[in-house]
Structures are given as structure tokens and as C-alpha cells.
Design a protein around this ligand. Structure first.
Ligand SMILES: NC(=O)c1ccc[n+]([C@@H]2O[C@H](COP(=O)([O-])OP(=O)(O)OC[C@H]3O[C@@H](n4cnc5c(N)ncnc54)[C@H](O)[C@@H]3O)[C@@H](O)[C@H]2O)c1
Length: 362
């Protein structure tokens, strides 16, 4: 059985379908189109690609698979250029479609290629990582990195649909799975805590719990996207909770720290001053090793739950290594371990500034 969540964006609205066999909806959805370019990676299990191709074949849509590289290093303008050139050589036209089959890297890159190819062609997101199912595939943010910073080039390009089959997650490496939990924990912090009581089942990838947690997370994301599609009113910016520090950590570590891992740490640190409402999942994730400097983030202030933007601001100040705090005071003299930590944190702040990380980019 599938759960269907609507992202309410009037004529750009679409469904996020979560469940066993969600991918079969691809056929009826694209039936009548001439061609579909399936963008994926070599590491994505063949069975998933076969399922997508099978659905397209059944619908009579001619399809071709386009492989792209793995990891953040391939989420680049060069990859978009390469994909678009291969689309053109194959004969993909404006009325055709792109299918992004993979995690956030594929979704963001193929989504952006679809946004700019022929000035925009349709894309269907078929997420295969937990992070992509609960976050990156939903909401239409597409884009790639520059050497100067993460997600600096991109476009809002809403998909025709998001088709998520939780069964795809059984082949996902533990580390990648935990990355998704980082984003799930974010939703549990934003809404009621639907994670802590089921942390063990989630760790064991219990299918029923997984399907429910993905649906709950997707519903929250859809709600915020529907309210502020282009992140103009500030409502959607709440989804970037913990991301300022996360981007700084990601960039400072040269992407040794994966996006979801950095987000988990960003969440935990941003959450601490808000009364320590961190879920068990967040705390567990935060325990793993990470740049020590980050541990000082947000430690200065306790705020109530409603003040999470404020907390984000504090993380900002610390991440920037600001010379003055909010009251205009200079930080005290650097002494001992505390001073050393502050210095390290300023190092991250400098990287942050260099890479132009900002909290409005996820
Ligand atoms: N657009 C947005 O709104 C948004 C939101 C959050 C994150 N992101 C972006 O998402 C990216 C991270 O995405 P990610 O965590 O999915 O990483 P990823 O896309 O790099 O995928 C992780 C790895 O898992 C492999 N993989 C994917 N599915 C698999 C499966 N079912 N079985 C086995 N292996 C599989 C991939 O080939 C890859 O090697 C970052 O670039 C981040 O900036 C975007």
C-alpha cells in the first residue's frame, strides 16, 4: 500500500508517493512521451534501474540510462554540461522527460540539468537514499557545487512527482542510512517527536516503521514547501535548521563529513541551547567523531523551543567567529582549552565565509 502526500503548489503541485511499488507509477505518468533519460550512478542497485526501465518500457517510452559520478565532487556544472550534451546527442527534446534515480547528488544534479536543458523539461524524482526520500527529492531545489561553495548554482524546478519505495533502502550502506536519519531527526525536532520511541526499529530498518517515518517527514517537508515555495517569506528557511553549521563542517572537512552527518551535528548543536530537546537519534548521531571546534556551537545560550531561529542566529555568530557577540561585546580573552576551541571554531568560520555558505542553501 502506498501513502500519497500532495505538495500543494497550484499548477506546479505534485504527489510524493511512498510505498512498495511506487516506481510503477512512472509508466502511466510518462505514457505518451517520446523519450525519458534515466540519470543514475553505477552504485545504484541494478534491480532499481531495471524497475524504472521496466515501467517505462511497459508504457512505450523509449529510454536510455545516463550514468554520472559518485559523491559531491561530481555535483558540478561539468556534470550538468556533460549530461546535457549527452541528452542532446541522444535526441532528448523539450516534451520528453528526465528521471533522476538515486540519492541527493543525482537528484540535485539531474534536476538542475532538467531545469536548464531546453530551458526546462520535466523531471521525475525517484529517490533511493533515506535522505533523498525525506528531503532532497521534495521541494524542487536543484543545483550543483562550485569550488567556492556548496549549492551555489541552481534553480527551483519542481518535479512531476516523487516516487519513493522504502524497499530501495535495504541495500544502502549504514553510513548513508545514518545520513538520512540526520534529516529525519530535524523533522522530529520541528514537529512532534516521532523518532525517539522507534529509534531501535529505525536502526533495524523495520519496513513498516521506515515507511511511516518517511511519510511523516515528507508530509512536514511538503507543508513547508507549499507555504513558501521559493523561500521568500522565511517559512521554508526553517527546513535549514542546523544547516549553517552543517555546511561549514562539510566544507571545512573537504566533504570527508557527509551532508547528512554534518546536518546531524548541526541539528544537535543548534538544538542544545533550545532546551536540549534533541531526539535520541540526533544525540546518537552527534556522538560520532567530528571536528572538535563544532562542539562549541550554540553553547552560550538557552532559549525556549519557539526560538529556534534565534538559536540558528547564535550558531551563525559562532560559526562566523564574529568579533562581537549580539550585545556588541567582544569575546573574552582566549585562555586555555576554551580559547583553543574558539580559535578552531574561527577556522571553520573563515572557511564558511570563504565558501559563502549561507543558511538559505540546503
Ligand atoms: N535539494 C535539496 O533540497 C537537498 C536537501 C538535502 C540535501 N541535498 C543534497 O543531497 C546530497 C546528499 O544526498 P545523499 O545523502 O542521498 O547522498 P548521495 O546521493 O551521494 O548517495 C549516497 C551514496 O549511496 C549510493 N546509493 C544511493 N542509493 C542507493 C541504494 N538504494 N543502495 C545502495 N547504494 C545507494 C549512491 O550511489 C552514493 O554513492 C548533498 O549533495 C546535499 O547537498 C539536497
Amino acid at each position: 500500500m502506498s501513502t500519497r502526500i500532495h505538495v500543494d503548489l497550484a499548477e506546479r503541485g505534485y504527489d510524493v508517493v511512498i510505498g512498495d511499488g511506487a516506481v510503477t507509477e512512472l509508466g502511466p505518468m510518462l505514457a505518451g512521451r517520446r523519450r525519458a533519460a534515466v540519470v543514475t550512478q553505477a552504485a545504484i542497485p541494478v534491480a532499481l534501474a531495471d524497475e524504472v526501465r521496466g515501467a517505462l518500457d511497459d508504457a512505450g517510452v523509449r529510454n536510455e540510462t545516463f550514468l554520472m559520478g559518485e559523491g559531491e565532487d561530481h555535483k558540478t556544472t561539468a556534470s550538468v554540461d556533460d549530461l546535457c550534451r549527452r541528452f542532446a546527442q541522444w535526441g532528448l527534446l523539450r516534451g520528453d522527460a528526465v528521471v533522476a534515480l538515486g540519492g541527493g547528488v543525482v537528484g540535485d544534479t539531474a534536476g538542475f540539468a532538467a531545469a536548464v536543458y531546453y530551458r526546462g523539461i520535466d523531471v521525475v524524482q525517484v529517490p533511493t537514499t533515506l535522505l533523498a526520500m525525506v528531503d532532497s527529492a521534495i521541494g524542487g531545489k536543484t543545483g550543483v557545487n562550485l569550488p567556492e561553495g556548496k549549492n551555489l548554482v541552481g534553480a527551483f524546478h519542481q518535479p512531476l512527482a516523487v516516487l519513493a519505495d522504502p524497499g530501495a533502502l535495504f541495500t544502502l550502506a549504514d553510513r548513508e542510512y545514518r545520513c538520512g536519519l540526520g534529516e529525519v531527526a530535524k523533522y522530529a525536532l520541528m514537529d512532534d517527536d516521532f523518532v525517539s520511541a522507534r529509534a531501535d526499529a529505525l536502526s533495524a530498518r523495520d519496513p513498516a516503521v521506515l515507511a511511516d517515518v518517511i511519510a511523516r517527514s515528507a508530509e512536514i517537508k511538503a507543508r513547508y514547501v507549499s507555504a513558501d515555495e521559493l523561500e521568500q517569506s522565511g517559512t521554508r528557511a526553517v527546513l535549514n535548521y542546523g544547516h549553517t553549521l552543517a555546511h561549514a563542517l562539510e566544507t571545512a572537512s573537504g566533504h570527508a563529513l557527509l551532508h547528512g552527518e554534518a546536518v546531524a551535528r548541526g541539528n544537535a548543536r543548534a538544538n542544545r541551547p533550545s532546551g536540549g530537546r534533541a531526539s535520541r537519534a540526533t544525540r546518537g548521531l552527534a556522538r560520532a567523531p567530528y571536528p572538535r571546534a563544532a562542539r562549541t556551537a550554540g553553547r552560550r545560550r538557552r532559549a525556549d523551543h519557539g526560538a529556534r531561529q534565534e538559536v540558528g542566529w547564535w550558531a551563525h555568530v559562532h560559526a562566523l567567529g564574529a568579533e562581537r557577540n549580539r550585545k556588541g561585546r567582544r569575546p573574552g580573552p582566549r585562555r586555555g582549552a576554551q580559547g583553543a576551541r574558539r580559535d578552531r571554531y574561527r577556522g571553520i568560520g573563515r572557511t564558511w565565509r570563504r565558501s559563502c555558505c549561507s543558511r538559505d542553501r540546503t
